[in-house]
Design a protein around this ligand. Sequence first.
Ligand SMILES: [Cu+2]
Length: 165
Amino acid sequence: MMEILSRRSLIKAIGMVGSISILPKMAFSSAVEHVVQMLNKHPDDKKKKMVFYPNLLQVNAGDSVTFESVDKGHNSASIKKMIPDGAEPWKGKINKDTTIKFDVPGFYGYICTPHGTNGMVGLIVVEGEGKLDNLKSAQKIRHRGKSKKEFKEIWKEAESAGLTS
Ligand SMILES: [Cu+2]
């Protein structure tokens, strides 16, 4: 699980563990706040423009993800039918940080509304019972433009990381 967590969310997770000793009230809460940055350029591959970083994220049910508006012009919106049954779709505002809490296990595909066809897409895997219920339907969604290739790579990565079984 650790490889999939971004460094920031890892730091946040450690920070949270640290704060438990200070704030006894939090001792029963293990929910983690993750961060996905919305960027104009991939930090490790400058040739990749318009990215969610990381574009693949594994979380536990009850965790939150903040889509951080680091660079201007981006948002995060769930892709129609690419979220589990009973989960709430979302559409963040452009240039605003958007925090989403993930309670229903499963696979969540999302897109940046202005840059969807540029391949600015991502996948969040929420661990928990029933996680695999929407795997097939999420994988079947057809994508436009560069998103098609991006999702192909993301699913491949998810598979090799053991997230699809
Ligand atoms: Cu964008």
